[in-house]
Design a protein around this ligand. Structure first.
Ligand code: WTA
Length: 649
């Protein structure tokens, strides 16, 4: 059993670690037994304009739900990431920018970043952005994206970053839902040597969506492609505005519970929801987890390969590291460009000490063979991290042995957009590692397992993963829909936060996340709702009905398997399959591309008309012998037909 494989805490790591095994036990106990005292102390790691006097004020009581942390404190997130470091480390590098093109890189100091952020904050004000306004950021992975996010935080505007890989339709939906009147974008992005037409996509989004009410689009020059379309009176040039902007901008005093940002993520039903995070608790939690989980020491070079479009980019490229005065590497490109040695090359070039990446990237490199690390030593690495999806033990071992030269602990970090920061992960100097297990909760986090009726399960067992009490980084609401927030997270099991994940707990009390138990897919670490892909498909005029499920995929973790029923009279064909794949890419983005399309004359439904996805998942995974009970189906013969046609697909 892989369970039995344990990598004990390494003495060399424990010797210098911020938290040892004894300290972890002691601090964890204190954090759950006396959260007010614990977080009252650790809340001071952040600079407050007006210190808080209250710490935790939360209840998961379903009828009375309320989550507040440090509620009377006043602070500013950008001041915590910038101003407070100027005296001691103004000339230290804050961001190492590594371009898509390996010959392009530059270092930005805390002083320089502070200046740029102040200037852009003034630019935003000049364009009419006020405290509480939503600014949509649709950008590549460049320094200006960090500047835009921090400038919003500086003036109290709420940033809503939209992943640069999303389609115009997806951008439009997010602009409309957030009632955002301001967009920051770039002429084009650069990834893997290819240009991505960001500005053109914004134009298409605004044209497509008549409800979008955008006053101003600020365009950063990344490639300088002058073919980029321009709407006078609406579009303005970043460089022109920055050239005359003042570098003086006082940070806006924000209440701890004022919004910092929103970020759309997929759920099991409906359109993506705007997860809203507030300022105080989020900053305390993001910075503390960044420091302790990665055992970050001053001067360490830290590289998180995520994108700003996802929560990992928010908490662990930007806010956590910069609040800690860290050196954070910002990578514009992809791990296999110009070739698959790029990751090792970047580590060696910048002497990276801590590397935080996703299992899908590791599996993709693993498929290339160990030779993809040829010519690089990666000697500088000390700690490795994994995030986004369950890491299979084979990938864990490869990551440890090949990338980390068998000398770096791997912190498998489980968390979600909703949680703001890491909830379950081994602290490198404190907790023994088991390949595939996220192990132990962070301070203040109380995970538990429940059965489908919500009964708490004890001991070594498997169940639905819930969290029993609030932690500071928790989301506070869904933007514009508080009722949906309560329904989505607190109604399944009353009195608990439901994660949507399943997990196993072993004899030692370590947690092993088994994956989503709802209709959320995790494709290459990206969250997608089956309902989103289905609604994109049925919007096509040849599609009558569609059902989408995940299936095991060697590199992506999960692939997208689609069952499509065509409108009567439409002939199935390979061309039509291609057309549907293109259609979904256009509606959502390339990350939602179906991997397999199977024509389905009928779908397995209960007598009340509900699609039985359990059966579709089994057929997709080629586990026909484990279909379980099919007697409640309205027409059981549909299943045989699907199994028969799968073989010929
Ligand atoms: C999954 C990403 C197993 C999980 C930070 C969760 C993981 C969803 C892990 C959240 C991990 C994330 N092990 N599964 N270490 N990390 N997940 O919101 O299913 O993009 O619910 O946040 O990713 O994805 P999200």
């Amino acid at each position: 059993m892989t369970d039995k494989k344990v990598y004990p805490v390494q003495p060399d790591i424990a010797k210098n670690a911020l938290v040892t095994a004894e300290q972890y036990e002691h601090m964890y106990r204190q954090s759950v037994e006396n959260p007010n005292e614990f977080w009252g102390e650790h809340g001071k790691r952040i600079d407050w304009i007006k210190p808080f006097t209250k710490v935790k004020n939360s209840t998961y009581d379903y009828n009375n739900l309320s989550i507040k942390w440090f509620e009377d404190g006043v602070l500013n997130a950008s001041a915590n990431c910038l101003d407070r470091h100027l005296a001691d480390r103004g000339d230290q590098t804050a961001i190492i920018f590594e371009g898509d093109d390996p010959s392009v890189s530059r270092n930005v100091t805390y002083r320089e970043l502070h200046e740029e952020v102040c200037k852009f904050a003034n630019v935003l004000k000049e364009q009419g952005v006020k405290k509480g306004d939503v600014v949509t950021i649709y950008m590549p992975m460049i320094v200006e994206t960090a500047v835009a996010m921090l400038a919003c935080a500086r003036i109290g505007a709420i940033h809503s970053v939209v992943f640069g890989g999303f389609s115009p339709e997806a951008v439009a939906a997010r602009i409309v839902n957030g009632k955002s009147r301001f967009v920051v974008t770039a002429d084009e992005g650069l990834r893997g040597g290819r240009a991505i037409p960001l500005k053109k996509n914004v134009d298409a989004a605004l044209k497509h969506e008549s409800e979008a009410n955008v006053d101003c689009v600020i365009v950063v020059k990344r490639t300088g492609n002058d073919q980029v379309p321009w709407t006078e009176g609406r579009d303005v040039c970043y460089e022109d505005l920055m050239a005359h902007a003042s570098a003086e901008c006082d940070p806006e005093p924000m209440n701890a519970e004022d919004p910092l940002f929103m970020l759309y993520t997929s759920g099991s039903t409906g359109a993506p929801k705007g997860v809203l995070h507030t300022t105080g608790g989020y900053m305390v939690y993001a910075s503390m987890t960044h420091q302790y989980v990665f055992d970050y020491h001053d001067g360490d070079v830290y590289w998180c390969t995520a994108d700003f479009g996802w929560v990992t980019g928010h908490s662990y490229i930007l806010y956590g590291p910069l609040a800690n005065g860290a050196i954070t590497l910002l990578f514009e490109g992809v791990p296999n460009y110009p070739d698959s040695s790029r990751m090792g090359q970047v580590v060696d070039k910048h002497k990276v000490n801590i590397l935080y990446t996703a299992p899908t990237a590791i599996r993709a490199l693993m498929a290339e063979g160990a030779s993809c690390m040829d010519g690089t030593t990666r000697d500088s690495l000390r700690v490795l991290g994994s995030v986004g999806e369950p890491i299979n033990p084979e990938a864990w071992e490869w990551y440890h042995r090949v990338i980390g030269n068998s000398k770096c602990p791997i912190v498998d970090t489980w968390w979600q957009t909703e949680t703001g920061g890491i909830l379950i992960a081994p602290l490198p100097g404190a907790v023994d590692l088991k390949p595939g297990s996220a192990t132990r909760p962070f301070f203040g986090v109380q995970p538990a397992l429940v059965d489908n009726e919500g009964n708490l399960l004890e001991g070594a067992t498997e169940g639905n993963l819930v969290i029993l009490d609030s932690w500071p980084g928790q989301m506070r609401t869904i933007f514009g829909d508080h009722e949906r927030f309560i329904q989505t997270y607190f109604s399944t099991y009353k009195g608990m936060y439901f994660t949507g994940d399943g997990a196993r707990r072993d004899e030692d009390g370590d947690y092993w996340i088994t994956g989503r138990v709802d209709d959320v897919l995790n494709v290459s670490g990206h969250r997608l709702g089956t309902a989103e892909v289905e609604s994109a498909l049925v919007a096509h005029d040849k599609v009558a009905e569609a059902a989408v499920v995940g299936y095991p995929h060697e590199i992506k973790g999960q692939g997208i398997y689609v069952y499509v029923t065509l409108i009567q009279g439409v002939e199935p064909s390979d061309e039509l399959k291609k057309e549907l794949v293109q259609w979904v890419r256009k509606e959502i983005g390339p990350i939602a591309s179906p991997d397999v399309i199977q024509w389905a004359p009928g779908l397995p439904k209960t007598r009340s008309g509900k699609i039985m996805r359990r059966i579709l998942r089994k057929i997709a995974a080629n586990e026909h012998d484990q279909l379980g009970d099919t007697s409640t189906l309205a027409d059981p013969s549909v299943v045989d037909e699907l199994i028969g046609s799968r073989a010929s697909n």
